[in-house]
Design a protein around this ligand. Structure first.
Ligand code: HEM
Length: 447
C-alpha cells in the first residue's frame, strides 16, 4: 500500500498489491459520510423499470441532486471496503461531470457495478481510458465514423433495412427483437469490422452476454464473471483469427486500419484490437436495438404521435429519433472516479469518490424538458443525454445509430404503417434498459 496526494487534496491510498491492476484511489472521509435516506443503490430500486425509478429520481432532482449513497447492493466483484458513491441525477450535473474528464476519470472503471479489472482491458478499451491514451485510440477508430463515411454507407444501411423489414412484412405475428431490431446493428458492425456473415450471430450473442451481469433472469444462476469472461474471450478469439488474416491480406475495413495503425510509433497489440472490437460489439448492437424496440412500443401506445410522424415522415423523422432516444434512455448509468477535489451541486467531491451519472433521470429533468412524461416527437430542442453528457467520451457511434434508425423507421412506415407492438419483456440492469423480446403484429393488429 502506498499513499500520495492529488492537488493538495486529502491523502489517497493506493492498493498496489498487483502491478497489473489499476490502483484505485481512496480517501479517509468517504467511509464517514452519512448515507442519504432516499435509495438509488439497492437491488429492489434497480429491479424496477424506468417509470417507477423516475418517481424517486424526481424527488432527488428537486431536493437533493447530488447524494451520497450506500454501495451498490449486489456487485459482480463485491468490495467490502467500498464506501459508497455519489448519485448525480440532474441534467446540468451530468453534463458538468461529463465535460470535466480531467477531474472525473474513466480509467478506474465506468460501470456502476464493480467489475474485474481485467475486464476493463478486455472489453472496454478507450471507453475506460483517459487522455492522452483515450484520444489516440479513439482517433484511430473515428475514421469509420466521419459524417462522410456514414453518408457513404447510408445506402447500404437503407438497403439492409428494406430487406430485414420486407422479410417479415407478410407475417401475422413476429418477435420484434429477434426478427427486426437486432439485425441491422449487428450487420453494420459486422461490415465495419469485416466479420464473416456466418460468424456475426456468435458475436451478437457474446455482446448480449457481456451486459447480462446484473439481470438475474439472463444469468439464470450462472456466475457473472464466468459469463462475462467467456463472452469477452469468444470475441477476442474471433478478433485474433481475423487479425491474422488481415496481416496477410488487408481489406477495406476498420480491422485492417487498426492492424496497420501506429500509436506513438508502435502498432496496437492483437489484445488491444480485440478490446476495441469487444467494446464496439456491445456499444453498437444492444443500444440501437433497444432504442428501436422502445420506439415502436411508444408509437403503438401514442397513435396520435405516430400519425403526426407518418404525415410528413421525411421532414419529421430526425427530430422524432431524438425523442426515441430520450424516451428509451437505454443506457442507464455510467460511472467516473474523481481524482481531485470538486464541488458539484453543493457537495464536496473528494479524490477517490465514485460518481454515478443517472442518464434516464437527466432526460426527465423538468428544468430542461417541458412535460418530460409526454412522448412528444415534435420536442425541440431535445438536449437528451442518451449518448452521454458530452465531452471526450460522447458516443462515437451516435450518427451511425441515428442513420440505422432513420432507415429502419422509413421501412416500417412504408411497409407496415399499422404495426402494433405488444408488451415487451424487459431486461433490467443498472447499466442497460433493454427489450429482450416483444410480440409484434406487422399489419393485422394485436390478437
Ligand atoms: C441508440 C444507440 C446508442 C446509444 C444510446 C449509445 C450510448 C452511448 C453512451 C451513453 C456512451 C458513453 C458516453 C460517455 O461516457 O460520455 C457511448 C459511448 C460509445 N459509443 Fe455509443 N451508443 C449508441 C450507439 C452506438 C453505436 C452504433 C456505436 C458504434 C458502432 C457506438 C459506439 C460507442 C463508442 C465507441 C463509445 C465510446 C466513446 C469513448 O469513450 O470515447 N455507440 N455510447
Amino acid at each position: 500500500m502506498t499513499t500520495t496526494r492529488f492537488d493538495d487534496g486529502p491523502e489517497l491510498r493506493f492498493d498496489d498489491d498487483d502491478d497489473n491492476e489499476p490502483s484505485i484511489p481512496t480517501n479517509d472521509v468517504a467511509a464517514t459520510r452519512d448515507f442519504h435516506e432516499v435509495d438509488v443503490w439497492s437491488d429492489s430500486f434497480w429491479g424496477e423499470d424506468a417509470p417507477q425509478r423516475e418517481v424517486v429520481f424526481r424527488q432527488l432532482r428537486e431536493h437533493a441532486p447530488v447524494t451520497w449513497q450506500k454501495p451498490i447492493e449486489t456487485s459482480v466483484v463485491p468490495d467490502p471496503n467500498d464506501p459508497g458513491f455519489w448519485a448525480v441525477v440532474k441534467h446540468e450535473h451530468i453534463t458538468e461531470v461529463s465535460h470535466n474528464s480531467d477531474v472525473f476519470v474513466s480509467s478506474y472503471g465506468v460501470m456502476f457495478d464493480l467489475l474485474p479489472a481485467m475486464f476493463l482491458e478486455m472489453a472496454m478499451s478507450f471507453l475506460a481510458m483517459d487522455n492522452p491514451q483515450h484520444d489516440k485510440i479513439r482517433k484511430l477508430v473515428s475514421v469509420s465514423f466521419t459524417p462522410k463515411q456514414i453518408k457513404k454507407i447510408d445506402d447500404d444501411i437503407a438497403m439492409r433495412a428494406r430487406r430485414i423489414v420486407s422479410a417479415v412484412a407478410d407475417r401475422e405475428e413476429i418477435d420484434f427483437v429477434a426478427d427486426i431490431s437486432k439485425h441491422l446493428p449487428i450487420e453494420m458492425f459486422g461490415d465495419m469490422f469485416g466479420i464473416p456473415e456466418d460468424r456475426r450471430a456468435e458475436v451478437a450473442h457474446a455482446a448480449d452476454e457481456i451486459v447480462a451481469w446484473a439481470d438475474p433472469e439472463l444469468l439464470a444462476g450462472r456466475d457473472p464473471i464466468a459469463v462475462q469472461s467467456d463472452a469477452g474471450m469468444a470475441i477476442h478469439a474471433l478478433a485474433e483469427e481475423l487479425i491474422a488474416e488481415r496481416k496477410h491480406e488487408p481489406q477495406n475495413d476498420l480491422l485492417t486500419n487498426l492492424v496497420q495503425a501506429e500509436v506513438d510509433g508502435e502498432s496496437l497489440t492483437d489484445f488491444e484490437i480485440g478490446a476495441v472490437m469487444t467494446l464496439m460489439a456491445v456499444a453498437a448492437t444492444d443500444t440501437t436495438r433497444h432504442t428501436s424496440s422502445f420506439a415502436v412500443k411508444a408509437l403503438t401506445d401514442f397513435p396520435e404521435q405516430r400519425a403526426w410522424l407518418w404525415e410528413d415522415f421525411d421532414a419529421r423523422i430526425n427530430g422524432s429519433i431524438e425523442e426515441f432516444l430520450r424516451w428509451g434512455s437505454v443506457v442507464v448509468t455510467f460511472r467516473r472516479t474523481a481524482v481531485s477535489e470538486y464541488e458539484l451541486g453543493g457537495q464536496q467531491i473528494l479524490p477517490g469518490d465514485k460518481v454515478v451519472m443517472m442518464y434516464g433521470s437527466g432526460n426527465w429533468d423538468r428544468e430542461v424538458f417541458t412535460d418530460p412524461d409526454k412522448f412528444d416527437l415534435s420536442r425541440s430542442p431535445n438536449p437528451h443525454v442518451t449518448f452521454g453528457g458530452g465531452g471526450v467520451h460522447f458516443c462515437l457511434g451516435n450518427q451511425l445509430a441515428k442513420s440505422m434508425m432513420r432507415s429502419l423507421f422509413r421501412e416500417l412506415h412504408q411497409q407496415m404503417p399499422n404495426f402494433v407492438a405488444g408488451e415487451p419483456k424487459l431486461m433490467r440492469t443498472n447499466f442497460m434498459r433493454g427489450v429482450l423480446s416483444m410480440p409484434f403484429y406487422p399489419n393485422t393488429g394485436a390478437k
